[in-house]
Write a protein that binds this ligand. Structure first.
Ligand code: PLP
Length: 373
C-alpha cells in the first residue's frame, strides 16, 4: 500500500490522469449485498481475485464472510497468499514443471486447491508434491457446456477423481464446473434456464461419483450473472463470483444484476483537446480502458458519446441536444469513464485511488496486475 501518496485527502479531480478510481461506498455496498445473500443459502462465497487483483479487497471480502478466494493464475495466488490469505482455489489448470514447482511452494504455506482435467497433469502434480512433502487439494473440472477446459461429465470425471484419490500427496476435494457461457445472458429467464441446465451436468456427475462410492465434498462454480441462480442450488457449496465487487456497464445491464450491485469503478480522464464544438479528445485510450465488451462511455455527460479509442486517446462526439456546460468543456477539465469490462480494465493499471464523497481516501497497489503467469 502506498501510504506516502500525496493525493490522499485531496479532491479526486486533482489527481493526475488517467487514474483508476473506486467509489469506496459503492464497493463496500457490493461486498455487503453479496455477503448478505450468501448468509441465506447453503453455498458460500469464494470471490474471484481476477477482478480486483488486490489483497486488501480480498481481505475485505473475507472479513464480510467469504470462505477464501478464487484465482485464475499462480501469480494472483502468490499475491494473495503472500498477503496472508490461506484458503485459495486456482480455478484453472497448472501445467508444466515450472508452474507446478510454484504451486507446490504455495502448498507448503497455504491450503491451496487447484483444478485438474488431465491425467498426466494430475500425475505430475502428485510426483512434485511427494518429492517436496507437500499436499495439494484438487477439484476435477467438468465441462458443463462452456467448452473451455474440463473433462466431460460422468465417467471421465469419475476416472480422474479415482486417479486423484489413488495419488500420493493429493486430496480429492470435489468438482468444479463454470457456466461461463450463461453468466452474461441479458434476459433473466434465459440465463436462469441455461445456468440450471449447465449446473445439472455437474450435479449429475456428483450423483454418479457418489453412486460409485466417491464422496464429493466441494461443488464449485458460478459467476456474478448467476450468483443467485447457481448460488441457490442446495448442492453447490462454493460460488466464484468476481465482477460484482467493482462492476462495469456490461454486467450492470444484465437483467436483474444492476439492481443488486453498483458500478464502483471508473477511470478519471482529462480533456486534452477540443478541436471544435462537436469533437473532444480525452487522455484515456486503449492502454487504460479495455473495449472488448464495447466502447466505455463517460458518466453523466449528456449529449456526448465516446466514439472511438486509439492507444492514448479517446474521441468523444456530440449526439443530439448538448447542454451548454458540455459545449464549454475544454482542455484541462476532467470527466469519468465507466468501464465496459472491469477485470481487463483493472489489469491495465498500477493502482486504485479509493474515493469517498469525492475525496481520495486511500491508494492501493494492484499487486497482481499483469501477473499472467
Ligand atoms: C473459472 C471462473 N469462475 C468464475 C468466474 C466469474 O467471474 P464474474 O463474476 O466476473 O462473472 C470466471 C470469469 O471469468 C471464471 O473464469
Amino acid at each position: 500500500m502506498n501510504t506516502s501518496e500525496p493525493f490522499i485527502g485531496r479532491h479526486k479531480t486533482e489527481l493526475d490522469t488517467p487514474a483508476l478510481l473506486i467509489d469506496l461506498d459503492k464497493m463496500e455496498a457490493n461486498i455487503e449485498t453479496m455477503a448478505n445473500y450468501f448468509s441465506t443459502v447453503n453455498a458460500e462465497l469464494r470471490p474471484h481475485v481476477k477482478t480486483h487483483k488486490t489483497p486488501i479487497i480480498a481481505h475485505k471480502q473475507i472479513a464480510a464472510g467469504a470462505i477464501g478466494v478464487t484465482c485464475a493464475k499462480l501469480g494472483e495466488a502468490e499475491a494473495v497468499i503472500h498477503a496472508g490469505i490461506r484458503d485459495v482455489l486456482i480455478a484453472n489448470q497448472i501445467v508444466g514443471a515450472q508452474k507446478i514447482a510454484r504451486l507446490i511452494n504455495l502448498a507448503k504455506h497455504s491450503e491451496i486447491m487447484v483444478a485438474a482435467d488431465n491425467s498426466e497433469n494430475v500425475q505430475a502434480i502428485s510426483e512434485a508434491a511427494t518429492a517436496k512433502g507437500a499436499t495439494v487439494r484438487m477439484l476435477v473440472e467438468v465441462n458443463i457446456g462452456m467448452n473451455r477446459c474440463g473433462v466431460e461429465p460422468g465417467k471421465p470425471a469419475l476416472a480422474l477423481a479415482e486417479q486423484i484419490l489413488r495419488s500420493p500427496n493429493l486430496v480429492f476435494e470435489g468438482l468444479m464446473g463454470y457456466e461461463g457461457h450463461t453468466v452474461a445472458k441479458p434476459k433473466r429467464p434465459e440465463r436462469d434456464a441455461a445456468a440450471r441446465e449447465a449446473m445439472q451436468r455437474l450435479l449429475d456427475t456428483k450423483h454418479y461419483l457418489e453412486k460409485q462410492g466417491v464422496e464429493v465434498p466441494i461443488m464449485s462454480g458460478g459467476g456474478t450473472g448467476t450468483f443467485n441462480i447457481t448460488g441457490s442450488i442446495p448442492e453447490m457449496t462454493e460460488i466464484q463470483a468476481g465482477s460484482y465487487v467493482l462492476m462495469d456497464s456490461t454486467y450492470y445491464n444484465v437483467e436483474g444484476i444492476g439492481k443488486h450491485f453498483e458500478c464502483a469503478l471508473s477511470v478519471l480522464a482529462t480533456v486534452v483537446s477540443r478541436p471544435n464544438r462537436n469533437r473532444m479528445i480525452v487522455d484515456t485510450g486503449l492502454k487504460v480502458l479495455a473495449k472488448e465488451f464495447g466502447i466505455p462511455q463517460p458518466i453523466g455527460l449528456t449529449g456526448m458519446e465516446m466514439s472511438g479509442l486509439s492507444e492514448e486517446h479517446g474521441t468523444l462526439k456530440t449526439v443530439g441536444q448538448v447542454p451548454d456546460e458540455n459545449i464549454s468543456l475544454k482542455p484541462g477539465d476532467t470527466l469519468e469513464i465507466l468501464p465496459t469490462h472491469c477485470c481487463t480494465t483493472v489489469n491495465l493499471h498500477d493502482r486504485y485511488y479509493g474515493i469517498r464523497n469525492g475525496i481520495v481516501e486511500s491508494v492501493w497497489d494492484i499487486t497482481a496486475r499483469g501477473r499472467a503467469q
